[in-house]
Design a protein around this ligand. Structure first.
Ligand code: DLZ
Length: 155
């Protein structure tokens, strides 16, 4: 089932060619997170964001997205931060700790800096569910994350 954010383009009252975005990409499950990055980057470009105004940063895993997001959001030049990760459930409770920590951390980064910090983290039970959400039959959550950032800049 697709959410309301999935569709291609939104109208922006804000001049996006003057906005600076940071996209932070977790390296765990790189096949998925690279597809999310592709979706987020393409969507920003489609909405008129300049290539040179998109900064990409990598972090080792989704757990590190929180600190990466805070660092980028604290940068005065950055208007919005998009966090991309993929956490797939394993045999241990590790999944729950990472998901809980990253969702809380990303929220805190936004609240502390008063900037849009977007949660583009897929949390799935298996690899197929992640593929479905990274350019597969359920769309691309990276693209949705970019649209969320644009909508928040238009708040
Ligand atoms: C350790 C770990 C595990 C088991 N699974 C994932 C995952 O599915 N997705 C993800 O983004 N990261 C995972 N990690 C790595 C942690 O996020 C983190 O990088 C390490 O625990 C080091 O702090």
């Amino acid at each position: 089932m697709a959410g309301p954010l999935t569709s291609g383009k939104v109208k922006s009252k804000v001049n996006l060619s003057k906005k600076n975005f940071a996209i932070i990409v977790a390296e765990w499950n790189a096949e998925i997170t690279e597809a999310l990055y592709e979706g987020a980057w393409s969507s920003l470009i489609e909405h008129g964001v300049k290539k040179e105004n998109i900064i990409r940063k990598n972090v080792p895993g989704s757990f590190e997205l929180s600190l990466g997001a805070l660092w980028m959001a604290e940068d005065k030049k950055i208007d919005a931060v998009i966090c991309l990760g993929c956490v797939i459930q394993g045999d241990t409770p590790h999944f729950d700790f990472i998901c809980q920590s990253v969702s809380y951390g990303i929220t805190q980064a936004g609240l502390k800096t008063r900037k849009p910090v977007i949660f583009g983290v897929i949390t799935t039970l298996n690899h197929q569910q992640a593929l479905d959400r990274a350019g597969g039959k359920l769309g691309n959550k990276g693209e949705e994350a970019a649209i969320s950032a644009i909508k928040m800049l238009n708040f």
